[in-house]
Design a protein around this ligand. Structure first.
Ligand code: PEP
Length: 258
């Protein structure tokens, strides 16, 4: 079976301007190096506002940091009359590795449908960016016991039209909406239930070799106090970390969970 390198990705959301971003990645890199972080054992990434990316690229390149960086969204279009959008081509030119697609806040506040999420996922892959496809149910769906079916339907929607080769390159983040920014972490068993089902769906849609290589993260109020137990679950390959990623020392502790 393939071994999957864990990924700890910090979603800064709408925080940190380009000057603060430079300070943040320097402090993160320093703290990780101090903790003798092994970048070959665990990948670390920050997903920053678009306006930070050029500054982050400069400092990461200059200081030869192992930290990777990404964006929080991408246009499904490459160019044209799409005011305010950011092309995957522009992101690729800035050395971006990851891009979050279909975060629940994009779905909620920007009306992103499964079709849009699928188009953005494809656009990212077409330009050698790794999409982190975000899925997860709201509280009413969880209470109704429909969380697995709901989340798998989002996975089906996001992956519609992708070949097995393309699907093998994506990352999926299971983020129950009721756990995002609320301080309420899903139990490791709750997260494993859905993430195991996502891996099962990948095997059904493609084959076991795809299911074995795709990294599936958990996101929702992850902290250094919860990451170890989450990572002990067999299908959880890392964390998508919001609030706690704004504190470089806490984020470095999360990334050094192993
Ligand atoms: C997120 O923004 O994807 C997230 C999981 O946020 P938080 O860790 O703050 O819940």
């Amino acid at each position: 079976m393939a071994t999957r390198t864990p990924l700890i990705a910090g979603n800064w959301k709408l925080n940190l301007d380009h000057l603060e971003a430079v300070h943040q990645v320097q402090k993160l890199d320093f703290t990780l190096k101090d903790a003798k972080h092994d970048y070959s054992a665990v990948e670390v990434a920050v997903l920053a506002p678009f306006t930070d990316l050029r500054s982050i690229q400069t400092v990461v390149d200059a200081d030869k940091m192992g930290v990777k960086y990404g964006a929080q969204d991408v246009s499904q279009h490459v160019s044209g009359a799409y005011t305010g959008e950011i092309s995957p081509v522009f992101l690729a030119k800035l050395g971006v590795t990851f891009v979050a697609v279909g975060h629940s806040e994009r779905r909620q506040y920007h009306g992103e449908t499964d079709e849009i999420v699928a188009a953005k996922t494809k656009a990212a892959l077409d330009h050698d960016l790794t999409p982190i496809v975000c899925v997860g149910e709201g509280l009413d769906i969880r209470k109704a016991g429909e969380h697995v079916a709901y989340t798998l339907a989002q996975v089906d929607g996001a992956l519609a039209g992708l070949s097995a080769e393309e699907a093998a390159k994506i990352v999926i983040a299971y983020e129950p909406v009721w756990a995002i920014g609320t301080g309420e972490v899903a139990t490791p068993a709750d997260a494993q239930e859905v993430i195991g089902a996502i891996r099962g769906r990948l095997a059904e849609l493609y084959d076991q070799s795809v299911a074995d290589v795709v990294r599936v993260l958990y996101g929702g109020s992850v902290k250094s106090s919860s990451i170890v137990e989450l990572m002990a679950e067999k299908d959880i390959d890392g964390g998508l970390v919001g609030g706690a990623s704004l504190d470089p020392e806490e984020f470095a502790r999360i990334a050094s969970f192993y």
